[in-house]
Design a protein around this ligand. Structure first.
Ligand code: OGA
Ligand code: NI
Length: 380
């Protein structure tokens, strides 16, 4: 093994002639021990499959040279749901502003008890940290499986592999998952957390409908909360975090996502061409608008690009609950909502072609995280 340097970081590389990327990806995949299995070997240099291409790293270096003192670094909006019945109009307006400009906001007093959130983070950690032999049984990239764990869905596709593992549970598709399919080690807390997430999801979809100027039940009646997939991410501590990514720049392929993160940090959103940290706030739930609401709202609401940095400190844990998933075989959505096509909403013509959820998902999952906004493919 030779040593090379990229941006001042030492890099373990094999000679070009004997580097077979596919073979190395397959070797890690075959262990079924995930990225955690790689991290647990105590290596000092990350394997080359995880190293971002030189042009991407150079781009990142350039961003670091920008004099940030000139930039007013804004915080993503915080929205408090306390006393919602009395403050509904105000809250709907806050959600509208946040969804139009950021596509991201943090919620406080959202009704999910802190004890449930803490136990959910712990439950996901327990899943990833249990005996590999037990965990292996869930290792799969077959999306017809309702419960599985994997490195990433596009492991063999991306230019650099992501430094994370994910437990995926299709909780509603649209019927409630048979609880026996869940891993023993975190079954109870996943069920409990899902109960709370569904209640919050139902509240939020009404608020989002109203924020679009639609009747409260409009989006719910379009089945936006009929399908729910809960993802438990595990980002191991990384010896060379600057060279890789926890998650590449992407948008979420759903209606909206409710994200619970621990206190480590690393999630960033792209806002006016700057990467802004989504700082962990104890007790808060992060909400982000997904591609399907951007599509239905004719781009009034924004599905913002975001990413997760790798970190020397870890593991970092997060739980992303996706409302609307690839499991939706059909839906009532096939393009921008007619009621929203008027000058009052900024545009009287649709900006996207008609597309069904299955067509959209097929595009999203076949292209992988290539840095291109998935919706641009459907622009008129
Ligand atoms: C996702 C995602 C962010 C995080 O699951 O799509 O962006 O903080 N997760 O793990
Ligand atoms: Ni995401």
């Amino acid at each position: 093994m030779e040593k090379a340097y990229i941006n001042g970081e030492k890099l373990a590389v094999q000679e070009e002639s004997c580097y077979d990327r596919m073979k190395e990806l397959k070797a890690i995949d075959d262990t079924k021990a995930g990225v955690k299995g790689v991290a647990d070997t105590g290596l000092l240099y990350i394997p080359r499959v995880f190293v971002r291409p030189p042009e991407e790293l150079a781009e990142e270096e350039k961003l670091l040279l920008v004099d940030k003192s000139e930039i007013h670094e804004p915080m993503i909006p915080m929205i408090d749901l306390e006393e919602m019945e009395n403050r509904r109009k105000e809250i709907v307006n806050e959600i509208r502003l946040a969804s139009e400009s950021w596509g991201f906001f943090q919620l406080l007093n959202h009704g999910i008890p802190e004890t449930v959130m803490d136990k959910m983070i712990k439950g996901v950690a327990n899943f990833h940290e249990q005996d590999t032999e037990v965990k292996k049984q869930f290792y799969s990239r077959d999306f017809t499986r309702k419960v599985m764990y994997q490195t990433s869905f596009d492991w063999f596709q991306t230019k650099s592999a992501k430094w994370k593992d994910t437990l995926i549970c299709s909780m509603l598709s649209p019927d409630l998952l048979d609880p026996r399919e869940l891993p023993d080690i975190c079954r109870d807390i996943i069920l409990k957390y899902t109960e709370h997430v569904r209640i919050l999801g139902d509240t939020l979809i009404e608020l989002l409908s109203e924020a679009l100027g639609l009747e409260k039940d409009h989006l719910k009646d379009m089945d936006c909360t009929k399908s729910l997939r809960v993802l438990g991410h595990y980002y191991p501590a990384c010896p060379q975090p600057k060279l890789t990514m926890g998650a590449h720049k992407h948008t979420d392929p759903d209606f909206f996502t409710l994200l619970l993160q621990d206190n480590i940090g690393g999630l960033q959103i792209l806002y006016q061409n700057h990467w802004i940290d989504v700082k962990p706030i104890p007790g808060a739930i992060v909400v982000n608008i997904g591609d399907l609401i951007q599509l239905m709202s004719n781009a009034k609401f924004k599905s913002a690009e975001h990413r997760v940095l790798a970190n020397q400190v870890g593991p970092r844990l997060s739980v992303a609950s996706f409302f609307g998933t690839a499991a939706m075989k059909s839906s009532k959505i096939n393009g921008p909502i007619k009621e929203l096509l008027s000058d009052e909403y900024g545009k009287d013509q649709p900006v996207y072609k008609n597309v069904t959820v299955p067509e959209y998902m097929k595009h999203y999952y076949s292209k992988g995280s290539d840095g291109v906004h998935a919706l641009s493919h459907f622009e008129l």
